[in-house]
Design a protein around this ligand. Structure first.
Ligand code: LMR
Length: 391
């Protein structure tokens, strides 16, 4: 039977982790997979998480099952941060825990499909796994251009997608820190997007994987909230893997905004059934640590301070890149106004390969770099290497 399977290429982004690890050059630079790194190149466990985990070890009295919805204390504690004041919108929003943001995206798309959605309109480029999940579910991806060549977001394209989608389609948007471009919609653009969703009746699915890594916790949620204020129904996929540094513990949540409580209950009876058939119950540990932090004012303060520090460091790197002006033919100035972990460089595949082979600089084949992989120490080398290959 196994002879009938075709071999699959490894996930290109995750494959970079191994390639980088196998490179023995001491001055190699990892700009591949999206993890935050300090000025020393480390990805430490947050101090707030360490403290919460200690408390969990001391106080947890059972590891018995919780059910497909996971830890609702965690799910509810996050809601004010995501949705702001009146986080349930009068009982119209609730959520469930998922294995990472990927689990939340998967659940959102599978539930949309169950509700009759056949096509997903999505700005490209996007996080490669969005397309992989769509393909796996058998949903059609209808792409539109996310960005203009000048480094701004293409508002006409997203409005066209929303207005023309139809009722058997949904539009998938990134809430903030767009992966891979770093190009977010402005507040005015979000208002126009919200109006378009309201007028067209198109269903919004919003993926929020980087809240707090762009402009701030509140600022990074403003676009999502502008849409939710105008529409009767929406799905939100959320990840704590980046903003709590919980990558391998897989901490995510899936939220639904529905017209009323009855519709919300029906949606969740379906979401629970999908989750049960897929992963049964989400892993508990990371979500429990987030719950402990968010219920404790001192730990919350510590977490917010750690997040602020990450954001400030990435802003510093972006400013340094923008101040460099150009590297070869690459204009680095727009990177200064973009957000989050990622930016796209207009480099060709052979230039990406030359950066890796000749300089030990690892980035995604698409030209995406992880801003947090750059430090004051390795920036000069990166800019010089880029200038030498992208002539
Ligand atoms: C990334 O885009 O690098 C991250 O979201 C990690 C992942 O799962 O792909």
């Amino acid at each position: 039977m196994l002879d009938r399977l075709d071999p699959q290429a490894p996930d290109a982004l995750l494959a970079l982790i191994r390639l980088y690890a196998a490179d023995s050059r001491s001055d190699k630079i990892d700009l591949g997979v999206g993890v935050y790194r300090t000025e020393d190149g480390d990805t430490p466990v947050f101090a707030a998480i360490k403290a919460a985990e200690q408390r969990l070890v001391d106080e947890q009295d059972s590891k018995s099952y919780l059910g497909p919805e996971g830890d609702m204390g965690f799910v509810n504690a996050l809601m004010p941060y995501i949705f702001g004041g009146d986080p349930t919108r009068g009982g119209r929003i609730t959520g469930m825990q998922t294995p990472g943001g990927t689990g939340a995206v998967r659940l959102a798309l599978a539930l949309a499909q169950k509700a009759g959605v056949k096509r997903i309109h999505m700005g490209v480029p996007s996080w490669p796994n969005h397309a992989q999940i769509l393909a796996d579910l058998g949903l059609e991806l209808v792409p539109f251009n996310h960005a203009n060549t000048d480094g701004s977001a293409n508002l006409d394209a997203v409005l066209g997608a929303i207005n023309g989608a139809g009722d058997d389609a949904a539009v998938l948007l990134h809430a903030c820190c767009h992966n891979p471009t770093g190009i977010d919609y402005t507040a005015d653009q979000w208002d126009a997007i919200a109006e378009a969703f309201a007028d067209s009746g198109t269903f919004p699915i919003i993926d929020s994987a980087y809240q707090g890594l762009g402009q701030g916790l509140e600022e990074d949620a403003a676009g999502l909230r502008a849409v939710l204020a105008k529409v009767p129904e929406a799905f939100i996929a959320y990840s704590c893997d980046k903003n709590f540094g919980q990558y391998r513990d897989r901490v995510g949540a899936f939220y639904v905004l529905a017209q009323d409580k009855a519709a919300l209950d029906t949606a969740f009876s379906n979401a629970n059934a999908l989750a049960r058939a897929c992963w049964s119950m989400p892993p508990d540990h990371g979500g429990a640590a987030v719950r402990i932090i968010l219920r404790d004012p001192d730990l919350t303060k510590l977490w917010v301070a750690e997040l602020d520090q990450m954001r400030a460091r990435m802003r510093q790197v972006r400013d340094a890149l923008a101040n460099a002006g150009t590297a070869g033919r690459i204009d680095l100035v727009p990177l200064g106004t973009q957000n989050g972990l990622f930016a796209m460089l207009p480099v060709f595949k052979d230039e990406v390969a030359a950066l890796r082979d000749d300089h030990g600089i690892y980035m995604a084949g698409s030209g995406r770099i992880n801003i947090a992989g750059l430090t004051q120490g390795n920036l000069p080398k990166f800019i010089a290497a880029l200038a030498s290959v992208a002539v």
